[in-house]
Design a protein around this ligand. Structure first.
Ligand SMILES: Cc1cc2nc3c(=O)[nH]c(=O)nc-3n(C[C@H](O)[C@H](O)[C@H](O)COP(=O)(O)OP(=O)(O)OC[C@H]3O[C@@H](n4cnc5c(N)ncnc54)[C@H](O)[C@@H]3O)c2cc1C
Length: 410
């Protein structure tokens, strides 16, 4: 049996320490915060959407970067296995819309409690308020883990579970990425993902606070469509946010950083074709011939969009409906089907749910999470170049890779 040090007491680290303990190893879990799972407390708006109770095959469709790498991890420790784990450690769970799983209490702290119980079960030693400074590697073999107080802990295995760079106040400051680079491992470019987007046009900011439901967002790089999906989005003081936008950020992030500017269009009436919408607008116009354009638009649009529409149509606000030509109606229909704006950047890591990029999965054996070229070094969780959409998928990646890492030591 081996001496194992797990670095980082987040989702991946707690699970890695649990499964290493279960496998009979002597395990020390090191966390720099005053408590375990600080990020878990803020997940799912404090309710912790800890997994997605979907089939494993459906799971892969929600993984944005390197889904194939996750086959062994997810089949070894699936979403169902995670639900069983939580239940078996005294916490009842529930599954909501979109197969999102939560603790029944709606308290994220319950998820951490279940993990802590598991750690106790196998006698894992937990060092809180303890920062790892470095992982010492000699002749491509891990020898020990150096702490910030100058002391070292000798080990046969170090499992690095230090997370990414998002929400750094929770402790995820990218230390594992630095150690990986220093050890000669490839670390892919990192960027914020599941993050709001900055926009160019001031009219977008004028609509801050407005939330749109059941719209379709289309994003293009020139004539190439990068993203389209239906859902809910929100205008803010800097640009756009909301579920649809967060998902889009994960898909377009790399191109956006290269190109710096992408055109986006909102289809405000996705259920209607252009022809159907024209018929609907014509009917509205016919019933309101002597009214002002603005008052008729209010029947078609949220109030804060009306002045923006009038500005973009370059119409005089006081125009009566009976003066609007067929061509002018066409401009309105085009705007309703493709309301334009320009995306100019990702918001900062501080606002990002997840980090895209990380330790290259090419460096890691997917069936063990062990580093291919350095004996005794494993990685799990967000420190790896893995990320997924919202819905419990990112935490499950942490649980599954952590579990496999702890299970796969000699
Ligand atoms: C606001 C928000 C909401 C989210 N909601 C959800 C959700 O509902 N469902 C979902 O699936 N995902 C959600 N996520 C994503 C999810 O939280 C992460 O994917 C997951 O926590 C990653 O786990 P991890 O263990 O790899 O890393 P982390 O959770 O980042 O844990 C890393 C740990 O390592 C410690 N550490 C770092 N460096 C050192 C060091 N040098 N020495 C000692 N300790 C160190 C840190 O303090 C930290 O505790 C959310 C993220 C955010 C920011």
């Amino acid at each position: 049996m081996s001496n194992v040090v797990v670095i980082g007491g987040g989702a991946a680290g707690m699970m890695a320490a649990y499964s290493a303990g279960m496998s009979g190893h002597t395990v020390t879990l090191i966390e720099k915060n005053e408590k375990l799972g600080k990020k878990i407390y803020i997940t799912g708006k404090g309710r912790c959407n800890f997994t997605n109770a979907c089939d494993v095959e459906d799971f892969f469709k929600n993984v944005v970067s390197n889904p194939k790498f996750l086959y062994s991890a997810l089949y070894t420790f699936s979403p169902d296995a995670m639900i069983d784990f939580i239940e078996n450690h005294g916490i009842r769970t529930k599954v909501e819309r979109g197969s999102r799983a939560f603790p029944e209490s709606d308290h994220a702290s319950d998820v951490t409690k279940a993990l802590e119980k598991g750690l106790k079960e196998y006698g894992v030693k937990i060092l809180l308020n303890t920062t790892v400074k470095d992982v010492v590697i000699k002749d491509n073999i891990v020898s020990d883990v150096r702490l910030s107080d100058g002391t070292s802990i000798a080990c046969d295995y170090a499992i690095v579970c230090t997370g990414g760079l998002s929400y750094q106040t929770t402790g995820s400051t990218g230390d594992g990425l630095k150690w990986a680079k220093k050890s000669g491992l490839t670390v892919t470019d990192v960027r914020p993902a599941l993050v709001p987007l900055n926009c160019k046009e001031s009219y977008i900011m004028e609509m801050q606070g407005l939330s749109l439901k059941n719209v379709k967002l289309n994003i293009f790089n020139g004539s190439k469509k990068l993203y389209d999906s239906f859902g809910e989005m929100l205008f803010t003081h800097f640009g756009v946010s909301g579920p649809l936008v967060l998902s889009a950020s994960s898909v377009i992030g790399k191109t956006l950083q290269e190109i710096k500017s992408l055109k986006a269009f909102i289809d405000l009436k996705p259920a209607l074709s252009k022809e159907e919408l024209d018929a609907r607008v014509l009917r509205d116009f016919n019933e309101n011939m002597n009214k002002h354009l603005g008052s008729v638009l209010r029947g078609l649009l949220p109030a804060s969009m009306v002045p923006v529409f009038i500005q973009l149509m370059e119409f005089d606000d006081s125009r009566q409906i009976n003066s609007i030509t067929k061509e002018e109606r066409g401009i309105l229909i085009s705007l309703l089907k493709a309301f334009p704006f320009t995306i100019v950047g990702l918001r900062d890591f501080k606002e990002a749910i997840i980090t895209q990029g990380g330790v290259s999965v090419k460096e890691i054996d997917p069936s063990t999470m062990r580093c291919k070229n350095i004996q005794g070094l494993s990685f799990a969780g967000e420190v790896l170049d893995l990320d997924a959409f919202t819905g419990g998928f990112n935490l499950q990646i942490a649980w599954s890779t952590g579990y496999l890492a702890g299970l796969s030591l000699d």
